[in-house]
Design a protein around this ligand. Sequence first.
Ligand SMILES: Cc1cc2nc3c(=O)[nH]c(=O)nc-3n(C[C@H](O)[C@H](O)[C@H](O)COP(=O)(O)O)c2cc1C
Length: 319
Amino acid sequence: MSQKITTLFKIKYPIIQGGMVWVSGAKLAAASANAGILGLIGAGSMEPELLKKHILKAQTLTEKPFGVNLPLLYGKREEQIEIALNAGVKIFFTSAGDPKKFTKFLKDHGCVVVHVTSNPMLAKKCEDAGVDAIVAEGFEAGGHNGSEELTTMTLIPQIKKSISIPIIAAGGIGSGYSMAAAFTLGADGVQIGSRFAATQESSAHINFKQSIVQASHDSTMLSMKDLIPVRLLRNQFFQEVQNIENSPLDLEEKKRRLISLLGKGRAKRGMLEGDLLNGELEIGQVAGLIDDIPAMDECVARLIREFHHASKNLPLHFS
Ligand SMILES: Cc1cc2nc3c(=O)[nH]c(=O)nc-3n(C[C@H](O)[C@H](O)[C@H](O)COP(=O)(O)O)c2cc1C
């Protein structure tokens, strides 16, 4: 198996705990680092001062490296970057925007930079922008998604053909068995979100964690396709979004109503504060396979056990 990702981030296992707005703070990133994988603080829409608190807290909880995820669709990016650099962060995962925007600046400051992509063309653009690796995320994933709706299974081999930098597969990976599948397809590492959202150290509200455990195969759906696609748990807020999207209104009016429905703080209300009716609950299809809320070290140990079991027992014999 390729050592590119373990070498790049100086970690034991080629697993990244994906940045998750309101879910991956200092505790989760540090617990991930201590479990031998790369933890990411999800800067999301955090005020820069709050991000600083999370970085400083994580540094008291682990001596291992961790990074910061910056979705480029929110404001205050420059301030967040300045604070993270001053606090000594050297690993940045950017997403939801142009990979050219901050890559050169961060590389000039000695950082490792990774960008999240959902299609082969964007992956090539990332390579040209000079990133060290890409996350290739299929639309099974929780959180914001590509509009092309490519599955991880088809995305990884297509991207593998178009670039030569390391590929981190994401979307639908919740066990060591799906990890093994991603490596078989050509990935060098995996990024996991939903499985880690339902752990002891995630900052998701307990209501949200329990709703992940209760989710089944049809509990999530890609939503807000007219604005910015995001995979959500199907609750009342989701239904209100659907009502607008399925209405006969023209596209501009739909967008206006969606923006007004979203308002401010819907994601915080759902995922951090536990409002299961009116909050936005971002989670992936793999939620249907999650049935407990373990501690991170236990969760990672299980992934590794399953991975070794999968790699030893592949039924490769046909008659
Ligand atoms: C609750 C939640 C919030 C997320 N927030 C972000 C985010 O702020 N930035 C980002 O780049 N990706 C975000 N993601 C995507 C994850 O980083 C990761 O790529 C994705 O969850 C992988 O797919 P999976 O959910 O099937 O494991 C989020 C995912 C979840 C489940």
